[in-house]
Design a protein around this ligand. Structure first.
Ligand code: BES
Ligand code: ZN
Ligand code: ZN
Length: 470
């Protein structure tokens, strides 16, 4: 599907169907008001009405703002994908909502067909957005940037959706290498021999029972004269069976998505390099498979992490934090960054706390968290903060090692996981670090907003907005 923005009158574009958006207020003055009234169309958000004879698809919105238009466009493109219309056109609503239209159509129309023996033929071939605004070149710039970010989000979704027998730590490293070749990034990969040299025994323990070697992937994007240096850390559990603390059968389904943090970080690298942002960005990914076997790590094991902090394993299903402990330590030593952000499908508890749609943001700097709230605004991603406190931190005490990998109490699990990571953040970096728990937001089995079944690409739009704002 092709999407383009042209500086022309809408009437001059020939297309099978024209899309129009109305609120219940603006509907009254619509050219087709009478016809739509007869059809019972009330312009409710996400309701649509085809006027086939007129060659129009009418979409209802609560307001002509980004969030409403994104969602309505996603509904429209899905409806059109089961119609015979091949070309569509619409005129831009405003400069502020260009990105929302692009996201609605591209992300809402996304389909992952790799494993279908008979892929659906996508009937929509082209979408032409028209504008005659005076600031057309500014609009064009926003349009092109939105397209880069939406495509990077689809790239992230594709990797998340890839089946675990195909996407393992080794193939994830190859995929990262391919991205680095295509986008002129630097790439260093450590296999298990390299991880041993680095004393990354927490990460190594998690991957020990897998037939695939764990990999540490480091990509860097280094423009000339960068304004800031940023480190991104991603949890890349290509499969999380739970290990010996085995997940129940129904909870194990979808655990291919436990690599979504790593995939988000790759998508952000793709977007940032294609946008040509003047920020230096380092991606550090811990790619590991958490399996069972005679050599698997066990509850009761004591691990010596890269930072020398000893960890009592009480649950092998709390593996992401073990991998991140070592990768965060490595990242902090390799790069003196202005900001350190980690993305991880870390806890089921995050979904309990915030719901399935919202990314949990944790860290010490209120200023930085606030900055992300602004970046999230209109991005279509939802964020909520979960506050640290010293009482929760005490629940990670171990009687035999420096720290336990699980909390001694069953509440506040997303925060105690965040506080576990905090143990591995160096004193000088405390205010520079934020942890993003995307356990709920990274994957969905039912469509919402412009998200469809499978990986959502959570983190890519949010982080791209933040990076652009620097
Ligand atoms: N990958 C899971 C978290 C998760 C759960 C992500 C559901 C997405 C959907 C993580 O490794 C895990 O299993 N966490 C445990 C921690 C517990 C053992 C302390 C959890 O959330 O139950
Ligand atoms: Zn787990
Ligand atoms: Zn996990």
């Amino acid at each position: 599907m092709q999407i383009k923005l042209v500086q022309q009158k809408r009437e001059s574009i020939k297309a099978d169907i024209l899309i129009e958006y109305f609120t219940s207020q603006t509907l009254k003055n619509a050219e087709d008001a009478k016809l739509l009234e007869r059809a019972g169309f009330k312009a409710e958000q996400d309701s649509i009405c085809f006027l086939h004879e007129k060659g129009k698809l009418i979409c209802g919105v609560d307001a002509l703002d980004a969030d409403s238009l994104r969602s309505a466009s996603a509904v429209a493109i899905k409806a059109l994908s089961t119609s015979a219309y091949k070309t569509l056109t619409l005129s831009l609503i405003s400069t502020e909502t260009i990105h929302a239209l692009v996201e609605g159509f591209i992300l809402g129309g996304y389909q992952f067909e790799l494993y279908k023996s008979k892929p659906k033929d996508t009937p929509v071939e082209s979408i032409t957005l028209t504008s005659q605004a005076n600031d057309f070149s500014a609009q064009e710039k926003i349009f092109n940037e939105s397209l880069i970010v939406a495509n990077a989000t689809c790239f992230t979704r594709d990797i998340v959706n890839t089946a675990p027998q195909e996407l393992n730590p080794e193939t994830l490293a190859l995929l990262a290498k391919k991205l680095s070749d295509e986008n002129s990034l630097e790439c260093t990969i450590l296999n298990e021999a390299g991880l041993k040299e680095q004393n990354m025994h927490a990460m190594l323990a998690v991957g020990r029972a897998s037939v695939h070697e764990s990999q540490l992937i480091h990509l860097s994007y280094k423009p000339k004269n960068p304004k800031k240096i940023i480190s991104l850390v991603g949890k890349g559990l290509t499969y999380d069976s739970g290990g010996l603390s085995l997940k129940p059968a129904t909870s194990m389904v979808t655990m291919k998505m436990d690599k979504a943090g790593a995939c988000a970080v790759l998508g952000i690298m793709k977007a940032a390099s294609e946008l040509g942002l003047d920020v230096e960005i380092h991606a550090f990914i811990g790619a590991v498979e958490n399996m069972i076997g005679g050599n698997a790590y066990k509850p009761d094991d004591i691990l010596v992490s890269r930072s020398k902090t000893t960890i009592e394993v009480r649950n092998t299903d709390a593996e992401g934090r073990l991998v991140l402990a070592d990768v965060l330590d490595y990242a902090q030593e390799k790069v003196q960054a202005d900001y350190i952000f980690d993305f991880a499908t870390l806890t089921g508890a995050c979904m309990v706390a915030l719901g399935q749609y919202t990314t949990g943001v944790m860290g010490h700097s209120n200023k930085l968290k606030h900055h992300f709230f602004e970046a999230a605004n209109n991005s279509g991603e939802l964020v909520g903060t979960l506050p640290f406190n010293r009482h929760l931190k005490k629940l990670l005490k171990s009687d035999i090692a420096d720290i336990s990998n699980t909390s001694s109490k069953p509440y506040g699990g997303a925060i105690t996981a965040g506080l576990f990571l905090d143990t591995f953040i160096k004193e000088d970096n405390k205010e520079k670090w934020l942890h993003f728990d995307i356990a709920g937001s990274a994957y969905t089995d039912t469509p919402w907003d412009c998200n469809v079944y499978g990986g959502t690409g959570a983190g890519v739009r949010l982080m791209s907005n933040f990076l652009k704002s620097l």
